[in-house]
Design a binder for this molecule. Structure first.
Ligand code: 0RA
Length: 628
């Protein structure tokens, strides 16, 4: 009886793991770069849970030479010993039973840092091998798994005074498209974890590249806000900070106004970046608008009684981090990064309203800085509205006023039309010759693209390049945006492969994100991928889009192959440009996603030129290619 129950359990476990291996994307979102990195976040997340429960102070991540990753913590250790109900060792249960990872025997919030909070068993199932060491009850316990199945029993390896868990795993190349980790990506996420969990030490290292970082922020999200604003001009010295915990919901918020015009609100639910927003963001925004207005009225900052500051006014120049923690987060939206729990809205709104009002009462100088900024924003918005109206009245954005620089296509069905935004007049000229004029339009961009983070809409509308782009799109902008009017369903940003090209691309993406977000959401924005090299021998030639491909191509063509490195689009003749970058049957295009845009900001948030340049440089190499 006992044995058959045990066998049944084993079969169930095997079936569970098999399901994960058959459809990994159901559990980790994808098997690409993102899915691969999620494995690490998932493991670290279990340690974060332990930290949130108050038992773990330090987490150490190592990217090992053999392609495996080690995550070590000093928590209580995964429980060891026979579980009465399941008749299996608790450790084995945590590592093999789906959805047992964190919930099992745990009373704290289940903090799902992985895409779906799926637990260690999923990581185990998707690893070629996984080794776990648990220090607990005075001993070091060890077990190894291969593709999720125990490779042997749990063994005692030795004595241990302390407690803790170490998980080392090697992602299965049978599952993942690539099994190479990006240190920068992992390190950035560890920094984020550390910001969101004050006092927790998170270290990461990669011996192979001699890189190492250790993050610990006793100020938590207050330091996070300061970090984002590090090279901006802030309007009050210390970020406003509030924390409340009621009805099973913890709300933590840090905010600080800067002299910029953009709104930077980052929201998290259980340490997950909710880039699509959700109920916590809605509640926060409502609270902010209401509280600032209430305070402004109480202290007569607003003259007439009917006057009030809009949501946009009170968010202009604001940097804020909102982090909520709750027992059962529901993630919705296209990328499962939108918090859905409906009760959270009201809870966040009342918590933030109450605490923020208190804060402003206690810090009148800070309050004055916030309100002056919002009043200025209201006045500027009025100016922008007038500019917009004038622009409209003069018909400056009407399709009838299509810019002369635009070489339009003959096709009129937007679903078939493509627009190439090309850096520079000379590349623009080549692109005009290279295109298929029946469905491909070309708009050369010359001169500077305004940095939208630094200019208000009225100024933006005075910029010829920006106006030309809006007119060519046919969609209008911001509140008046109508994506259904888009004249092209593929807009391809085509810039040089150098640092300046990357900068222009970033500025354009930022502009689309701020003023035409639905164009990105609909998937209408693309990034062209011109090759970095041409390899030539005699009549044979090949194009390479990365270093790995370059060495492969060079090898294929054999000794004496000539390598040309393209520094700009201008170095290609029209025919080469057509084959490599524009012709749908041979080119590579990458669709820009909201995540791309968000990633661009999180690193480019500051104004410091150096980190910005470095970032673009590093990442220029590792864009993912997507064939469409
Ligand atoms: C289940 C129950 C308890 C702790 C854990 C799991 C746990 C899991 C992981 C994964 C990585 N590090 C971890 N640390 C702890 C509670 C154990 C108790 O009550 O002593």
């Amino acid at each position: 009886m006992e044995d058959s129950a045990y066998d049944a359990e084993r079969i169930q476990v095997l079936e569970g793991l098999e399901a994960v291996r058959k459809r990994p994307s159901m559990y980790i979102g994808s098997t690409d770069y993102h899915g691969l990195h999620h494995l690490v976040y998932e493991v670290v997340d279990n340690s974060i849970d332990e930290a949130m429960a108050g038992f773990c102070t330090s987490i150490n991540v190592v990217v090992n030479d053999d392609g495996s990753v080690t995550v070590e913590d000093d928590g209580r250790g995964i429980p060891i010993g026979m579980h009465k109900k399941y008749k299996q060792d608790a450790l084995e249960l945590v590592l093999t039973k789906l959805h047992s990872g964190g919930k099992f025997d745990r009373k704290t919030y289940k903090v799902s840092g992985g895409l779906h909070g799926v637990g260690l068993s999923v990581v185990n199932a998707l690893s070629e091998w996984l080794e776990v060491r648990v220090k607990r009850q005075g001993k070091v316990h060890f077990q190894r798994y291969e593709r999720g199945v125990p490779a042997g029993p749990i063994k005692v390896e030795g004595e241990a005074k302390e407690t803790g868990t170490t998980v080392r795993f090697k992602p299965d190349p049978q599952i993942f498209e690539s099994v190479e980790f990006s240190y920068d990506t992992l390190s950035g996420r560890m920094r984020e974890f550390a910001f969101l969990n004050k006092g927790l030490k998170v270290s990461i290292s990669e011996p192979k590249s001699s890189q190492a970082n250790a993050y610990k922020f006793d100020g938590g999200i207050v330091e996070y806000v300061q970090f984002i604003n590090r090279s901006k001009t802030c309007l009050h010295e210390k970020p406003i900070y509030i924390f409340t915990e009621r009805d099973g919901l913890a709300v933590e918020m840090g905010m600080q106004y800067t002299d910029s015009y953009a709104e930077n609100i980052y929201t998290y639910a259980n340490n997950i970046n909710t880039s699509e927003g959700g109920t916590h963001l809605v509640g926060f925004r409502a609270a902010l608008t209401r509280t600032i207005n209430d305070y402004a009225k109480k202290y007569a900052f607003l003259k007439t009684n009917g006057d009030s500051l809009s949501g946009e006014d009170v968010r202009e120049g604001l940097t804020a981090i909102l982090s909520v923690k709750l027992p059962e987060p529901q993630f919705e939206g296209q990328t499962k990064t939108k918090l859905g729990n409906s009760d959270v809205r009201g809870l966040v709104e009342s918590a933030v309203s109450e605490k923020l009002f208190e804060y402003l009462e206690e810090n009148p100088k800070v309050a004055q800085a916030c309100i002056s900024k919002a009043i200025l924003a209201a006045q500027a918005r009025e100016a922008a509205r007038k500019a917009r109206e004038l622009t409209r009245r003069k018909g400056l954005l009407d399709v009838g006023n299509l810019p002369g620089k635009l070489a339009d296509c003959t096709e009129r069905d937007p679903t078939k039309c493509e627009l190439f935004l090309v850096e520079g007049d000379s590349a623009g000229g080549s692109a005009k010759q290279a295109r298929d004029r029946s469905f491909q339009a070309v708009l050369p961009l010359r001169g500077k693209i305004l940095n939208v983070e630094k200019a208000r809409l009225d100024k933006m509308l005075k910029n010829a390049e920006i106006r030309t782009i809006i007119t060519a799109f046919g969609t209008g902008i911001e509140q008046e945006l109508d994506v259904d009017k888009a004249r092209y369903h593929r807009v391809c940003i085509m810039t040089d492969g150098d640092v300046d090209g990357a900068h222009i691309r970033t500025l354009l993406l930022t502009f689309f994100f701020r003023y035409m977000k639905p164009m990105i959401e609909r998937g209408y924005i693309y990034i062209a991928q011109p090759p970095l090299y041409r390899v030539k021998k005699g009549k044979a030639e090949k194009y390479a889009y990365g270093d790995k491909e370059l060495s492969e191509s060079a090898q294929e063509l054999g000794e004496g192959a000539e390598i040309q490195r393209y520094k700009g689009l201008g170095e290609m003749n029209p025919e080469q440009l057509r084959v490599t970058t524009m012709d749908p049957s041979t080119r590579i295009l990458k669709r820009a996603t909201i995540e791309d845009a968000v990633e661009v900001f999180t690193v480019l948030m500051g104004d410091a030129v150096e980190p910005r340049r470095l970032f673009i440089h590093d990442h220029a190499k590792e864009v993912e290619f997507l064939d469409v």
